[in-house]
Design a protein around this ligand. Structure first.
Ligand code: ADP
Length: 250
């Protein structure tokens, strides 16, 4: 689904991403690992249109999407999860989901703006979809809670829920496990697997928790110093001498 070709992103003279090439297969849950400073987040930022590359290409289903802004990638179904913005913290979880703009035309409240009956119908459809998403993620009980008051792990689930409002094709998840307790991390892992199996989502996941990666991801790609060091099953990558060396060197 995604092909990254010889991607570079430099900051001044520093090569944060230094000729990375990789593929994310359709239908996979691909794990991206590597020591701190390896360039993983920068790579995500370039793929997701947050940062222009210095050079190199990103293709999605064969189409060159290099440097497209996030909203255009959004329309193509490529999403990167983001922390719930501060200003949405005072809205309920349900409202947060309802605020996600539609990906396809004809699905927006705006389109129905001048027709009251259509607005009411559309709002009800979106509300129902948001409720279904909360149920899928097993957080229906948080529906009326303010998004700013739920736990870090619950926020991650809500962020995942936002991608479900638009039926994403590929989702980039950055450090799902950071500061999340084990039970909730399992719930998040289950949601990712179900979205992958039942809804056909492709995922690329940056995560430091190797148990989480081992449970979910195949293949695993390891980056170090801006380059792809190794790729394969979690065991192949974990036992790769270059990978071991890269982690020991940090
Ligand atoms: P990772 O996610 O693997 O920990 P990052 O992509 O966050 O790695 O960072 C890779 C390197 O690029 C780091 O050394 C970081 O300091 C540097 N870097 C990231 N963003 C910037 C920036 N905006 N300006 C300068 N250096 C940056």
């Amino acid at each position: 689904m995604i092909v990254v070709e010889n991607l570079h992103r430099h900051f001044g003279g520093f090569r944060a991403v230094d000729g990375a090439s990789l593929e994310i297969r359709t239908g996979s849950i691909t794990g991206l690992i590597g020591p701190n400073g390896a360039g993983k987040t920068t790579l995500f930022n370039v793929i997701a249109g947050r940062l222009p590359p210095t050079s190199g290409r990103v293709l999605m289903d064969g189409e060159d999407i290099t440097g497209l802004p996030p909203h255009e990638l959004f329309h193509k179904g490529l999403l990167r999860t983001f922390q719930i913005a501060h200003e949405f913290g005072s809205m309920t979880c349900l409202e947060n989901l309802m605020m996600v703009p539609a990906r396809q035309k004809g699905e927006t409240l705006m389109n129905a703006w001048f027709n009251r009956a259509a607005v009411a119908e559309e709002e009800e459809r979106i509300r129902q979809k948001a409720k279904d998403v909360l149920e899928f993620l097993t957080i229906s009980h948080l529906s009326e809670q303010k998004a700013g008051q739920i736990s870090g792990g619950q926020k991650k689930l809500l962020e995942l829920g936002r991608t479900m409002m638009v039926d994403a094709k590929i989702v980039f998840l950055d450090e799902v496990g950071a500061g999340v307790n084990r039970t909730l991390l399992n719930t998040i892992g289950d949601a990712i697997v179900r979205l992958n199996k039942e809804r056909g989502y492709t995922f690329c996941v940056i995560e430091h928790d190797m148990d989480f990666i081992a449970r979910l991801c195949d293949p695993v790609i390891c980056m170090a110093e801006g380059k792809v060091l190794a790729q394969g099953t979690v065991d192949q990558v974990k036992n790769d001498e270059r990978v071991i060396e890269a982690y020991l060197g940090t």
